[in-house]
Design a protein around this ligand. Structure first.
Ligand SMILES: CC(C)(COP(=O)(O)OP(=O)(O)OC[C@H]1O[C@@H](n2cnc3c(N)ncnc32)[C@H](O)[C@@H]1OP(=O)(O)O)[C@@H](O)C(=O)NCCC(=O)NCCS
Length: 213
């Protein structure tokens, strides 16, 4: 069993969730504003859900289906949110998903975490594509995707039903080759991430080009 790695950025540590995070996950993800623009997060977020969710992360990773990181702040260790690569297909692609606790919005945390995850996806997991989507009524998430260098790939009209309403969904994606080109050109975000992201554990897997988490 290989452990979920820990990644580091300028202000953040992206680490595996542990059972001790459950109460804070419930508090943060339990805010209605988090459920309102995501498909998978239930509302109300009742006792036991966070513990249950966290308990599945390692086996999900072991099965090569994806990886979930806790986004925590370096200065005080606060848990800020979560970011995942989901529905992973080895040597091919994965879907990026994320949420950040409401009181931490608009401070660049999601984008900074996303830079680290893309770096991990393209240099450690060997994925060729990462894709993402957001409800059309959630422009902040679209902004994060564009800041990560993702391209808009289309709109799926009335594609999903959320709380009895059909939602338009905006699709985004980024290819490894484009991410690498941007890094070469010195795109500030990619460059910053290349310089600062580091795997603090699991050094073996960082040298491993095999496409599995
Ligand atoms: C989407 C979300 C993760 C963003 O997290 P965050 O840490 O605030 O993201 P960042 O600070 O890195 O970037 C947010 C960007 O959106 C912009 N933004 C915020 N509200 C906006 C709005 N209403 N319209 C357009 N842009 C908006 C911010 O100004 C910022 O852009 P900037 O850096 O150019 O100023 C957070 O809002 C969230 O968790 N929402 C609820 C869950 C969710 O929607 N998850 C994503 C599902 S697809």
């Amino acid at each position: 069993m290989k452990r979920i790695p820990t990644l580091e950025t300028e202000r953040l540590v992206l680490r595996p969730f542990g059972p001790d995070d459950a109460a804070e996950v419930q508090r943060l993800a339990g805010d209605r504003s988090i459920a309102a623009t995501t498909l998978a997060i239930p509302h109300p977020y009742v006792d036991g859900m966070a513990r249950d969710w966290i308990s599945k992360h390692q086996s999900y990773f072991d099965q090569g289906k994806g990886v979930t990181f806790a986004i925590s702040r370096k200065t005080d260790g606060s848990l800020l949110g979560a970011m995942s690569l989901m529905a992973m297909e080895a040597a091919h692609q994965a879907e990026l998903g994320y949420w950040v606790g409401r009181s931490y919005w608009d401070q660049g945390y999601c984008t900074e975490a996303g830079e680290a995850i893309l770096h991990y996806a393209f240099t450690q997991l060997g994925l060729v594509r990462v894709h993402c989507h957001h409800f059309a009524r959630n422009p902040a998430s679209g902004r994060v995707m564009r800041k990560l260098g993702m391209q808009h790939e289309g709109t799926r009209r009335r594609h999903v039903k959320k709380w009895d309403k059909f939602e338009d969904v905006e699709l985004y994606g980024i290819l490894q080759e484009d991410w690498k080109k941007a890094a070469k050109k010195g795109s500030p975000k990619v460059e910053r991430q290349s310089a600062s992201a580091s795997l603090r554990r699991d050094k073996k897997s960082s040298a491993n080009k095999k496409v599995e988490p």
